[in-house]
Design a protein around this ligand. Sequence first.
Ligand code: URA
Length: 231
Amino acid sequence: MPKPKKSTTAKAAKPIAMPTMPSSSSTPWPAELAKLSADDRQQRLDELRETVAGCTLCAELAKTRTQTVFGVGSPEARIAFFGEAPGADEDRQGEPFVGRAGKLLTQIIEACTFRRSDVYILNTLKCRPPGNRNPTTEENDNCRPYFERQLEIIQPEYIVCLGRFAITNLLESAAPIGKLRGRFHPYRGSKVVVTYHPAYLLRNPSAKKDVWEDMKMMLKDMGIAIPEKSK
Ligand code: URA
C-alpha cells in the first residue's frame, strides 16, 4: 500500500494512521478498530478529514478545487454509498452528492427507509477534476489510501458502489456493471453491492428499477422490511 508522499506546501497536519495493510479486498477489517465507540470513530474521521484538506499530492486538483470533499454521515453506518468524485456543487458546498445526482441518491436512501445521516456517503476522489473530466490513474492512486482508511474506520456491513469508477477502484474488476449486479462481492469484512450511478439514472431513468432491485437485495439481507409501496 503506497502511503501518500509528504506534501511540501500543505499546512502541517497531525500525523495520521493510514491503512497499514496491503490494499487487498480479502484483508479483514482491523479488529482493533471494530471495537471503537462512535466518538472515537468520529475523531479518527475528523483527523483524516484534516489531512485530506491539506493534501496537495495532485497538483492540478489542489490548485483548481474550492475545497476537498471528504465524506458525510454516521461513523457507525451499516451502509456506505461510494461514488466517483465531487462535481461543481460538491466542490462549492464541501459535501458529497448534493447536486442533481445527489438529490436522486438521497431519494434512493430514503426509499430504503434511511436518512442521509444514517448512512455514510463518500467518493473515491476527494477533489473535483476540472470540468468533471475522468480522474487519472495517478489521481486514483493518490486518493486510494484516504477512502480505504475511511472505510476501515467505519467498517460498514455494506458498501454500495455507485457506477463503474467506484467499482473499478474498490473491486478492481473491469467486468460490466450488468455482469456484477445481483450478488454480493466481498471487500474486506463488507458485502459490496454494485449498482448504477445516480447520474446515469438521470440520463437513463429506465435503469431505476434495476437500482431498486439492488437495494431490495441489500435490505432483505439486512433483515429490513421492504417498504410496501416500493415492493
Ligand atoms: N457524483 C459523484 O460520484 N459524487 C458526488 O459527490 C457527486 C456526483
